[in-house]
Design a protein around this ligand. Structure first.
Ligand SMILES: [Fe+2]
Ligand SMILES: [Fe+2]
Length: 367
């Protein structure tokens, strides 16, 4: 019975146009008379008060109406009537599992509805991920069902996804720390210096790639720079005294191992930091002798943060340098080891960096 009902829906035949979504950019006039339909009007009065974002869209997937929760979640741009459903998002939802968007909304098997994941990136705010449910809307006209468009509901899953993903990588970080002689405080401090530097670079128009999302990512990923040491033999990692040249070669492989491990993280910054945090501005670093801006910005930030902290730390084979001395060494290495812009940024933050070191200081070693 229900199958027949859907089969009668004339407008659904036109959905073949959806095969090529580009064509949908040519809309013609938006017909908002649909909103006057008594059923739609009742629906709007209910959805208007919902704390979940809702859209009503026409059969060409253009936004006819949205509740206030929608721009609250996704930001104001591209959210208004006349825009295409996918304008506020990074693209059409993927089809890695199950039918694609266009297949789903044309298929009786899915009830002409679609459930999937959308992502919305904005340079001014964190990337959002949401589950999206698209359901067809019909109205009754002289005993005939008429397809009016779709209702679209969203559920923010950003935090949930991030927690699952990051939880997995944190376990990996903890596993690598069990072998490494770096302290847990060291990796926290490196994360914090990197966050502070990125925050300061966001104010600088020379670094448009630094967005709230960049800051969020580097804060989480900077502490993972040495995760590749999980593959370095213990006797080299914990050797007291200087390493032989061949042992250095093995030690340097932690960047490549780290890149393999972090490549599974769904943001390229993860791999960039693990791979390139030992590259130097003048091209004398490793593993690939990258120089200047060939070194990803995230890795140029972490390189400096990591070295500052290493200079300050007391090790079994060395005393830690005081803040001023560490800063002097860093400034002398501007343009050789470090990106001069990163050094300037670090110098500007000098007082705060020193406070972070003091606040997250290692416990004195017990005899
Ligand atoms: Fe390293
Ligand atoms: Fe480190």
């Amino acid at each position: 019975m229900e199958e027949d009902f859907f089969a009668d829906l004339e407008p659904l035949e036109t959905l073949e146009e959806l095969e090529n979504l580009e064509e949908l950019q040519d809309y013609g006039d938006l017909d908002v008379t649909v909103l006057e339909d008594p059923f739609i009007a009742r629906l709007i009065s209910t959805l208007d008060r919902s704390s979940l974002p809702f859209l009503l869209i026409d059969t060409s997937l253009r936004i006819l109406w949205r509740n206030d929760a929608f721009p609250r979640m996704f930001g104001m741009e591209s959210c208004d009537a006349g825009n295409h459903l996918f304008d506020p998002f990074d693209g059409v939802p993927g089809s890695s599992s199950g039918p694609s968007f266009t297949e789903a909304i044309k298929s009786p098997e899915t009830g002409f509805s679609y459930r999937g994941r959308v992502q919305s990136s904005d340079p001014h705010r964190l990337t959002l991920q949401a589950n999206m449910l698209v359901s067809p809307l019909f109205s009754e006209e002289s005993g005939h069902k008429v397809h009016l468009g779709y209702s679209v509901c969203f559920d923010d899953v950003t935090e949930e996804n991030k927690n699952i993903l990051r939880g997995t990588f944190l376990s990996l970080l903890h596993a690598s720390q069990m072998k490494d002689n770096d302290t847990g405080k060291h990796i926290k401090r490196v994360g914090e210096y990197s966050r502070l530097m990125a925050k300061s670079l966001m104010e600088d128009p020379a670094f448009p790639e630094v967005t709230p999302e960049f800051i969020d990512n580097i804060t989480f990923l900077a502490p993972m720079h040495d995760v590749g040491k999980i593959g370095t033999p213990d006797d080299i990692l914990n050797k007291e005294g200087p390493l032989e040249p061949w042992e250095w070669d093995v030690m340097r492989e932690h960047t490549i191992n780290g890149a393999y491990i972090m490549a599974t993280y769904p943001h390229p910054m993860a791999k960039q930091i693990a791979l390139s945090h030992h590259e130097r501005w003048d091209g004398s670093g490793y593993p690939y002798n990258l120089s200047e801006e060939m070194i990803p910005l995230s890795a140029r930030i972490v390189a400096l943060a990591d070295v500052y902290d290493a200079l300050r730390m007391k090790r079994s084979y060395k005393e830690g340098f005081p803040h001023q001395k560490a800063m002097e060494i860093i400034q002398t290495s501007s343009e050789s080891h470090f990106d001069p812009a990163m050094v300037n940024c670090f110098v500007k933050l000098s007082g705060t960096i020193r406070e972070v070191y003091e606040l997250l200081k290692d416990e004195p070693e017990k005899d």
